[in-house]
Design a protein around this ligand. Structure first.
Ligand code: GLA
Ligand code: ZN
Length: 703
């Protein structure tokens, strides 16, 4: 549970009363209560307001609003406000200003642009955080700390350069090792002194402004990414340590960027340091539902399946997309339930009252410019508030259980896309999403895990494009397969080590023995070119052939069973899908990027072979997930279609937790509607509660 003070789904969001005269505050609180709001995030962008000069601080407005909210039963998620340095600081201490990828020093303006290695920034940020912790740490309204906001500045200033050299010294110990790791004999880049090393940007190793991934030295650029992610994390840790010292029992978090796959920060590494993962969920009008599902599952994966927070989402529309479509009626609630369905324990918005100036005035809010509660958006927010209140604490801490996982790794992502060749078309996240979609479309639950996860919790692990194999990973995968696991990997895997040096002796390097194959060449296809995978007939239920593209490995079996072969080109007849028995398990290799039909078929086949089943079979566009807790099982059914759909629940006696209605063997869900089905058998016998035996809903709904 995030906080025993409020054992409920947190419902509320960013509130910026400092943008409004005091008279409005009481009116806001009246409406928050009408909407069932129980938490407000305060103080996000207020440093310039709270600290008018080097020595003075003024928190009176904050004292007043925190007290007011608390008196009205609304708790506080308190931001530290360090996401934007004050103007006076930038003028007096230019080291807080960052330098961009093109080497240009920024002036004061915008936000999230303080250099993480600025001594001035660090000194004043820490001082501010200490003051806040001392002032509000023991206020009964305080539920959780919100460090900074969507952290992440990539800086190329002189301070960062100096820090980079120190970071490298620690990592490599000697220049000799560094020269080896970066392969600096290429193009005569050998370094003889640490201060010859410069940051990789448009002034050095990167030359194409339109393609920042293009670098001459992958090793240097990879290390910069690691260093930058660590630098920003160090600033988070500065705050975390102060908050934990002064208020050890208050949870601390920071909100992750809307693209859960936010490239600059290694969120798996970060998540070891947050008490609970918090995410800002901003799908655009054309984001596939399965992409949001993938991001939500990733949030759940960051801390090994623990529930997470939706810290922000818009109740209606954004302002920063090219086309800021409204969420049509019911969609805000549907997407909020989608987050709960995949492991969130909060539903929070940006923001509670819409700004009337600057760039976010056309961003949706719970209270719109009209200023009253008679709006569609407010009514929908209030309706959801009532429903969440009714759910109480029943879902809190429930978990999504599965024995299938997809491996995702930030450093691998950086490396795949820094690679010069074989194909610009290969995008790591897109490739992983294809595999995720194959699970999603069949309602088969899957975890997103990192390379250091304990694989023994799973029966099926898929690692798409595992290009970089970190030290110690290959033996761990071997052990997983040896003891009965099914492992699947793909083309462009097992190629390099952590500094992007190729593992010699034939691809896929360290994975070669496990997979029982070796790859001799890699062909890159043009976007409009395809090849085909001709199935040899050993797997039931598959079509005769499937399309494939992007890359095609030319490989030889060294003992693996060949399950499909290429249908075209000079390598027609060479294997493109193999299975290698290894110990008690098996390792599969997919040598190319197949069409979605194939992936769906394969994921279904391997899941079933491993006893991993869909939560439920539903009509297309009806998402089904399950969370479980203390033997109770909550099946979420989300109808994303424009029409109503009927779902067969199977035998048993169920209730919809949202409407409270009893459900028959089948339930018809309106367009954009949601049902949370829970078994009622035990409820009948004990006269209350939703505890069901684990044999109950799970059993009935799973096959
Ligand atoms: C981000 C920020 C918020 C706000 C929203 C608007 O997520 O964290 O401060 O700017 O975007 O969508
Ligand atoms: Zn810097």
């Amino acid at each position: 549970m995030i906080s025993a003070k409020l054992p409920r789904i947190f419902y509320g969001g960013d509130y910026n009363p400092e943008q409004w005269p005091r008279e409005i505050w009481d009116e806001d609180i009246r409406m928050f209560k009408l909407a069932g709001i129980n938490i407000a995030t305060l103080n996000v962008f207020t440093w310039g307001l709270n600290q008018p000069d080097e020595e003075s601080y003024d928190f009176e407005w904050l004292d007043e609003i925190i007290d007011k909210l608390y008196k009205n039963g609304i708790y506080v998620c308190l931001a530290t406000g360090t996401a934007n340095h004050p103007a006076w600081m930038a003028k007096r201490y230019p080291d807080v200003l960052s330098v961009d990828f093109a080497g240009r020093k920024r002036k004061f303006g915008f936000r999230h642009n303080s250099c993480p290695n600025s001594p001035t920034y660090q000194k004043y940020a820490k001082r501010l955080v200490r003051k806040l912790a001392e002032r509000y740490g023991h206020h009964p309204a305080l539920l959780i700390w919100h460090v900074n906001n969507e952290m992440g500045c990539q800086c190329y200033c002189d301070n960062c350069e100096k820090e980079f050299r120190l970071w490298l010294k620690k990592r490599y110990g000697s220049l000799e090792k560094l020269n080896e790791a970066w392969y600096t004999r290429f193009w005569g880049h050998t370094f003889y002194s640490w201060d010859e090393i410069v940051l990789p940007n448009l002034l050095s190793e990167h030359i194409d402004a339109s393609n920042p991934d293009q670098t001459a030295f992958q090793g240097i650029s990879l290390d910069y990414n690691r260093f930058n992610s660590d630098s920003v994390l160090a600033r988070y840790m500065d705050e975390y340590d102060i908050l934990k010292t002064i208020t050890p029992t208050i949870p601390v978090t920071t909100n992750y960027h809307g693209h859960a796959t936010y490239k600059p920060l290694d969120y798996f590494k970060w998540s070891k340091h947050v008490d609970i993962v918090a995410w800002d969920n901003y799908p655009s009008f054309d984001t596939p539902i399965s992409t949001t599902a993938f991001r939500l599952d990733m949030m759940r994966g960051f801390k090994g399946g623990d529930p997470f927070m939706i810290m922000e989402q818009t109740p209606s529309q954004q302002n920063w997309q090219p086309y800021n479509s409204l969420k049509p009626p019911s969609v805000m609630a549907l997407w909020s339930y989608q987050a709960l369905a995949r492991g969130a324990d909060t539903v929070m918005f940006f923001q509670l009252r819409r700004s009337f100036g600057a760039c976010e005035k056309y961003h949706g809010a719970v209270i719109e410019h009209a200023g009253h509660e008679n709006t569609r958006v407010f009514r929908e927010v209030a309706q959801l508030g009532t429903e969440l209140e009714k759910l109480g604490n029943q879902l809190l801490d429930s978990r999504v259980e599965t024995r299938a996982a997809i491996l995702f790794d930030w450093e691998n992502w950086w490396a795949v896309e820094y690679s010069s060749g074989p194909s610009d078309q290969l995008k790591y996240v897109e490739e992983v999403q294809k595999y995720y979609d194959a699970f999603y479309s069949q309602n088969i639950p899957v975890d997103i895990i990192n390379t250091d996860a304990d694989l023994s919790q799973y029966d099926l692990v898929i690692a798409p494009v595992l290009y970089m194999v970190k030290e110690g990973l290959a033996p761990r995968i071997e052990q997983f397969v040896e003891s009965g696991g099914t492992f699947v990997t793909t083309f462009f895997s097992g190629i390099v080590n952590e500094t992007d040096l190729v593992t010699l002796g034939g691809y896929p390097g360290e994975l070669r023995k496990l997979l029982g194959i070796w790859v001799e060449e890699i062909d890159a296809l043009f976007p409009d070119q395809t090849n085909s995978m001709v199935m040899k007939g050993s797997l039931k239920g598959f079509k005769e052939a499937y399309q494939c593209g992007i890359l095609c490995d030319l490989l030889h079996s060294e003992g693996a069973e060949v399950i499909a072969e290429y249908g075209r080109d000079f390598y027609r007849g060479m294997p493109c899908l193999t299975r290698n028995p290894f110990g008690k398990g098996e390792a599969w290799y997919i040598a190319t990027s197949p069409e979605s039909d194939f992936l769906e078929q394969l994921v279904g086949y391997l899941s079933e072979a491993n006893g991993i089943y869909p939560v439920m079979n539903t009509p297309s566009g009806v998402e089904a997930t399950r969370r479980t807790k203390d033997g109770a099982s909550f099946a979420f059914l989300l109808n994303h279609n424009e029409e109503e759909k009927t779902v067969h629940l199977g035998q048993g006696s169920f209730k919809d937790m949202i409407s409270g209605e009893r459900l028959e063997a089948e339930v018809t869900i309106p367009s954009k509607g949601v049902v949370i089905a829970v078994e009622t058998m035990t409820e009948l016998s004990n006269g209350g509660g939703v505890q069901g035996g684990s044999r109950s809903l799970a059993g009935n709904l799973s096959r």
